[in-house]
Design a protein. Structure first.
Length: 134
């Protein structure tokens, strides 16, 4: 609990095949799988715990993309430190999975053709978004 796992991409959004995101649901639509989750060896994810953000064309700063997502003020500093180390300050889009601590050590996967796992961060569910969504 209280963890958010974050993946980032620099792959042009318009070049990502639709199948990458197409979800297959189970358990009364509370669980889903898709190409992304399979590539990262996730048995399933909970769509209600997922947020995505980014740019349909070009890139956006990861600070803005993440900053418009839930509770971001509580983890933006440590996330930005990791993004700088991985040269992911400019991204095309991000995937955030709340209440899940992804581990590349356990799964053996830290990237696929489209996404790179950035990290799992502690968040406070009472924290504000860093930016208001426009």
């Amino acid at each position: 609990k209280g963890k958010v796992s974050v993946w980032a991409s620099q792959h042009p959004y318009e070049d990502v095949p639709d199948e990458y995101f197409e979800e297959t649901f189970s358990h009364n639509k509370t669980r889903a799988t898709n190409t992304w989750s399979s590539n990262f060896n996730l048995a399933f994810f909970k769509p209600d715990n997922m947020e995505t953000n980014g740019a349909h064309k070009g890139t956006v700063s990861i600070k803005k993309a993440v900053g418009e997502c839930s509770f971001s003020s509580s983890y933006i500093e440590v996330l930005m430190s990791k993004a700088r180390k991985k040269k992911l300050e400019q991204v095309t889009w991000i995937i955030m999975l709340f209440e899940y601590e992804y581990s590349p050590k356990m799964s053996g996967v830290d990237k696929d053709d489209c996404m790179v796992f950035l990290g799992a961060f502690d968040y406070e569910d009472g924290a504000d978004n860093l930016f208001e969504v426009e």
